[in-house]
Design a protein around this ligand. Structure first.
Ligand code: NAP
Length: 339
């Protein structure tokens, strides 16, 4: 009799624990799902519904914007679109003739003031930075900085075979150049308690990219640096935002025709300037935006369902870049035969 009571009690408590465990897992599952659904709708609202902050919140009309790597591709488009909004433009890039041509176009189309400074960021010369500082001091009220200058590998290449020059150029341009220009401008922005600093990043910096390892590392550096800087400068009224991007048609990407996933620089920059302060596809990453809609959905989906540092993602990325390298080598061979 006692045995029967004990066994009945035992089976009741087993049932109780089983049901409590099921309920706990169901609750965790529901919570996880709710957070993902919330994050999805935030991403959709951020990309398609909510407007970004007005530029005038950080930069008064008639003040200056500095754009590095301004003579081509995405940088040129930042210069044109900021000029169209009434900002005077300081163009910084390597080739003087291209800068002069762009300055003329800006003046003609938008009737704002322009200055330009030709310098090679790869050379990392103190005298160039001193000359740039002189121009910055002369123009005075600079409220926008677009850290756009960047260099990638000429073609995907295993790290062991990357030339020392290419490795150094990528780090010097993407990291050192960005830091040095920003340091020239931040004190003035702190003094005026106003400013906007946008830095061009890349999906290569979120997802480790084999065969573009140095470029990938340089852009990951910019992610950490820019987010840390955003926190430092927030109390001073300065907005710092990292702008994430997948491919865009340009000389760097070597893609000429735009598609659903590959916008033109004009489409990309319109999205970037229209979504200041919005995360887009970079949900949960402080002071970061993936503003172009197709890039945003892609960023969100990879981060949410697989993880950007996941081994499968890195393997797929490696295979893709191995294929690109094979095609690039075959093309180089064909071109060499033609000569
Ligand atoms: N295009 C993409 O698919 C893509 C994707 C993700 C992120 N991004 C990022 O977006 C930014 C712009 O890329 P983009 O595709 O527009 O590049 P791009 O078309 O190759 O233009 C690069 C610009 O930087 C200048 N530049 C290059 N090397 C320089 C140097 N050593 N010193 C001074 N200026 C130099 C170029 O000047 P010159 O014309 O005088 O050479 C040009 O104005 C980069 O930071 C890149 O990493 C691009």
């Amino acid at each position: 009799m006692a045995d029967k009571i004990a066994s009945a009690l035992g089976s009741d408590s087993n049932d109780y624990y089983a049901s409590a465990t099921t309920q706990t897992f169901a609750f965790i599952g529901l919570l996880w799902l709710s957070l993902k659904i919330f994050s999805f709708w935030r991403m959709i609202a951020s990309l398609f519904i909510l407007p970004g902050a007005s530029l005038s919140k950080f930069a008064s009309k008639g003040s200056w914007a500095v754009i590095t790597g301004a003579s081509d591709g995405i940088g040129k488009e930042y210069a044109l679109q900021l000029a169209s909004k009434g900002y005077n433009i300081l163009l910084v890039s390597r080739t003087q003739s291209k800068l002069l041509e762009l300055a003329r176009e800006i003046k003609e189309k938008y009737n704002v003031e322009t200055r330009n400074m030709a310098m090679d960021f790869a050379a990392n010369r103190d005298k160039d930075y001193t000359a740039l500082k002189k121009v910055i001091d002369e123009v005075g009220d600079i409220s926008i900085l677009v850290n756009n200058v960047g260099l990638s590998h000429a073609m995907p290449v295993p790290f062991a075979e990357t030339s020392e020059q290419e490795m150094l150029d990528i780090i010097t341009i993407n990291c050192t150049g960005t830091l040095r220009v920003t340091q020239l401008l931040v004190p003035g922005m702190i003094q005026r308690k106003k400013g906007l600093i946008l830095t061009m990043a890349s999906f290569g910096g979120i997802m480790p990219t084999p065969l573009l390892a140095t470029y990938s590392g340089s852009k990951a550096f910019l992610q950490q640096w820019s987010t840390a800087l955003a926190s430092e400068l927030q109390p001073h009224g300065i907005k710092v935002q990292l702008v994430q991007s997948y491919l865009v048609t340009s000389a760097m990407s070597k893609i000429r025709r735009s598609s659903l996933l590959v916008p033109t620089p004009k489409q990309f920059v319109r999205a970037a300037l229209g979504k200041i302060g919005r995360s887009g596809g970079a949900q949960g990453i402080m002071a970061t935006s993936t503003p172009y809609w197709a890039h945003g959905i892609m960023h969100w989906a990879i981060a949410t369902f697989v993880g950007t540092m996941n081994g499968v993602v890195v393997s797929v990325n490696r295979k893709m870049h191995e294929d690109i390298r094979k095609r690039a080598l075959r093309k180089a061979e064909r071109d060499a035969k033609k000569q």
